[in-house]
Design a protein. Structure first.
Ligand code: NAG
Ligand code: NAG
Ligand code: NAG
Ligand code: NAG
Ligand code: NAG
Ligand code: NAG
Length: 428
């Protein structure tokens, strides 16, 4: 990680030279260093904060610009242990406390994720809990979450993986809301779960690239020649304004395996001005657009913004050292190798995320779920889901050929993403 002080060496050294001239400059230099240190330690604690959970009073935080004024991070009720990286840990068997809800008691799970209903024979994938190495996660308190959302709007923005996390969140909360005072409605790209008595909404907005693209139709979006329009985030972003908590993701749709097409003008232009970028550069452009949107539209004193890292797929068993040409199909155990990472493109995209966030002062909390999910080759929906269309006899004869190794069964891994979100929201 680039340190702020090394990148600002020239202003410091010019201050140093002047410092010989006057004690005033010495003071200015000192104040400058203190200011920068506070500024950046705050950024890093925002982005990569590592924690323990105590029921202490809310964390105090130095607000940017004001320099000395202390403010509480919105929604926090305690503080985490800064030395504990909650994303580094292991899965432990916890039959007593898992799953956090039953598939059959949450009517909001879309049929693409209801694995038991679609005949999945094993159930163990629902019974693992994430245990960070350095601390324990606070238990997910649905009452606290719902009370916090009273009169508020929480929004998940991104692709179908983020929709899974969204549905998991709704499933974690809906039991507290009586029948008849909750509903879920979809209109185009926007799905809204309403808790009437709480005057709260939890929403999902489909925007697989965050920016405008030719794959934005919420129903018909399977376009092989994907194009994203530069600088177009407001096309979708105008629908996110006013949200109190936003959770973004974007990844899978950028992974075309070829140069990525970026449109400079408008989709209506007859002569389209298109440039081709590497996947990493295209993704970096998307991330930067998101940061600019957040900076412009989200008030850090009242709102929180999260970004969920890449959801790993398990498409090739060779990745975990099994050369049987398989994939996640028929996998009932997780990957034991703690250093397992999977395909390389994830690594380069993670680097882009790390770079973009470390250079940015926009307070976004990073949910680094990639590594912990990459162990879970057992937790995908595989063939146990509603299929988009009828399967051919050839497919049926070879389940590996149509297993979905991208999405996750619910309840399952994505409940853990929300437990981590819960931890970072209330105990930052
Ligand atoms: C964090 O929590 C773990 C276990 O819950 C404990 O052993 C450790 O001492 C705690 N660390 C701090 C700094 O509080
Ligand atoms: C959950 O949160 C509510 C509201 O803050 C609180 O009253 C309750 O004690 C919490 N429950 C647990 C088990 O911590
Ligand atoms: C309901 O919440 C919205 C914000 O989402 C707020 O503008 C409105 O005033 C609230 N209404 C009531 C009756 O509390
Ligand atoms: C759906 O959204 C469109 C545009 O955002 C709006 O015009 C329309 O009234 C909405 N339909 C319903 C049923 O809410
Ligand atoms: C599933 O995996 C088990 C070993 O874990 C193997 O015995 C069995 O034949 C596999 N079933 C199918 C249908 O591939
Ligand atoms: C996310 O976690 C992984 C595994 O712990 C780590 O390699 C990676 O650097 C982290 N990414 C960022 C941007 O912090």
């Amino acid at each position: 990680m680039k340190t702020p002080l090394s990148s600002s060496s020239s202003p410091s050294s010019s201050l140093l030279r002047k410092a010989r001239l006057s004690p005033y400059y010495l003071f200015t230099l000192f104040a400058f260093i203190v200011f920068v240190t506070i500024l950046y330690s705050e950024d890093f604690s925002c982005l990569f904060s590592q924690l323990n959970y105590t029921s202490n009073l809310p964390i105090t935080k130095t607000s940017r610009g004001a320099g000395k004024k202390k403010v509480k991070l919105p929604f926090s009720v305690g503080r985490g242990n800064e030395r504990c990286d909650v994303f580094s840990g292991k899965w432990v068997w916890d039959e007593e406390n898992r799953p956090l809800y039953e598939e059959s008691e949450c009517p909001y799970i879309q049929p693409q994720l209801t694995c038991q209903e679609h005949g999945r024979p094993d159930k163990d994938y629902r019974l693992w809990r994430w245990q960070p190495h350095g601390c324990s996660l606070p238990s997910f308190n649905a009452t606290l979450m719902l009370e916090t959302l009273r009169g508020k709007r929480m929004m998940f923005v991104g692709d179908s993986l983020n929709r899974g996390q969204y549905v998991s969140m709704v499933c974690l909360l809906h039991r507290l809301i009586p029948e008849g005072s909750k509903s879920m409605k979809t209109n185009g790209s926007l799905t809204i779960f309403t808790a009437k008595e709480y005057n709260a909404t939890i929403e999902f907005y489909w925007a697989p690239f965050l920016l405008e693209s030719n794959s934005d139709d919420a129903v018909v979006h399977r376009i092989s020649d994907r194009i994203v329009r530069r600088g177009s985030i407001n096309k979708h972003g105008r629908h996110w304004k006013g949200a109190d908590i936003i959770v973004f993701n974007t990844y899978l749709w950028w992974m075309t395996g070829i140069k990525f097409k970026i449109l400079q003008g408008s989709f209506d232009d007859e002569d389209k001005d298109i440039v081709e970028l590497s996947t990493e550069d295209a993704y970096r452009m998307g991330m930067k657009s998101m940061l600019r949107w957040v900076k412009k539209n989200m008030d850090p004193k009242k709102t929180r913004v999260f970004f969920t890292s890449m959801s790993p797929s398990h498409q090739k068993s060779i990745d975990w050292g099994d050369d049987s040409n398989g994939n996640c199909y028929n996998q009932t155990t997780m990957i034991e190798d703690p250093t397992y990472w999977g395909s390389d493109s994830r690594k380069s995209i993670m680097q882009v995320i790390g770079e973009v966030f470390s250079k940015s002062k926009v307070p976004i909390t990073f949910l680094n779920i990639t590594q912990l999910s990459s162990y879970r080759k057992d937790a995908h929906t595989s063939i146990y889901k509603k299929q988009w269309g009828p399967l051919t006899p050839e497919q049926l004869a070879n389940p590996v050929s149509y297993a979905d190794c991208v999405h996750w069964c619910l309840p399952g891994v994505q409940d853990t993403w929300n437990e981590l979100l819960f931890a970072k929201l209330f105990y930052p």
